[in-house]
Design a protein around this ligand. Sequence first.
Ligand code: SOE
Length: 389
Amino acid sequence: MSKKEVGIGLIGYAFMGKTHSNAYRQVTKFFEPSVTPRLRAICGRNEANVSRAADQLGWEGYETDWRKLIDRPDIDIVDISTPGNEHREMAIYAANAGKTVFCEKPLGNSFDDAKAMLDAAEQNKVVNMVCFNYRRVPAIALAKRMIENGDLGRIYHFRARYLQDWIADPNFPLVWRLQKEIAGSGTLGDIGAHILDLSTFLVGKVTSLSGMTETFVKERPLQAETTGTEGLTAKASTEMGQVTVDDAAAFMARFDNGAMGVFEATRFAPGRRNFNSFEINGEKGSLAFNFERMNELEYFNAEDPSDRQGFRTINVNENDQPYSGVYWPAGHIIGYGETFINTVYDLLEGHAKGESPHATFRDGAYNNLVLETIEKSAASKKWEDVPSF
Ligand code: SOE
């Protein structure tokens, strides 16, 4: 018997639009979701570009008005893959229309935005999910399973660094990710949000923190073309403009379970392309992960016999590991794109069951609240408590 089809409407066709389109197209090739996604329409303002994207990314059609897309009766899941300044209006409209809402991170450009989106989703009782894709890196999902299993015992430390270098060149242009009114914040909300979310997923909630942010390059050339930032590259013009977001952010934190956290996020680490990494130390052992070697999880077991102790490298491709065994035979590794396929699989299952998969809008709003507290602490130069939420 053929499975029920669910209509997908995707808003945005740049970098994230591409990763999500690929995920909807591939998910049934590897998983057996309870419902089959149908790529009904992709949406963008520029008709020439969006129609080209529809063809290239495998969509049946396109729309140039996002309200029209959401209103279509054949759209069940609304996927918001636009910059953050548009999330609030779109997500609230989709929730009010009774659609499942899947939104890129950070959920809002502020806690106020994110809370309004959460309220709309909860009041309308719609399935909601934020695309924190790294939660579904198999090695990270395995780390979660091991922590829940008690393999690390009490957690003492979470130490994370998310390092990139794509704007380290001071002549790299002022793309939308460097403009506060579009992106909300800079490195903090773009990649700091990911390591913060992983700490919530793996360790717990942050209760207080001390943060700092820095903008190393305060003026940059304007972007010559409005297209072309999807691969994090762009051409510069001769005119200059002000950078209105942070280039780097760091914070120390206390978790609700007594653990200590140290976090650093920067786009000024030459040679580090997408170095999303963490180490967790607990009473029974440690785990370490680095996305640049995403199929591996480092594990130290303090209970190993003392004459053979040491970090071991677990290759996370075995059938009994999370999100593994569905792609290729053991040892035939996967990549960045599969993290979105895994996420979309859980989204479809959540939609079918009427249950919001993690990270929910509530998780996303909490993430925004902590990001805002980091900015507050950076401004006050004091430790700040994260309001309870
Ligand atoms: C750019 O810094 C970016 O594409 C982020 O926006 C993504 O969330 C991250 O996963 C990779 O880097």
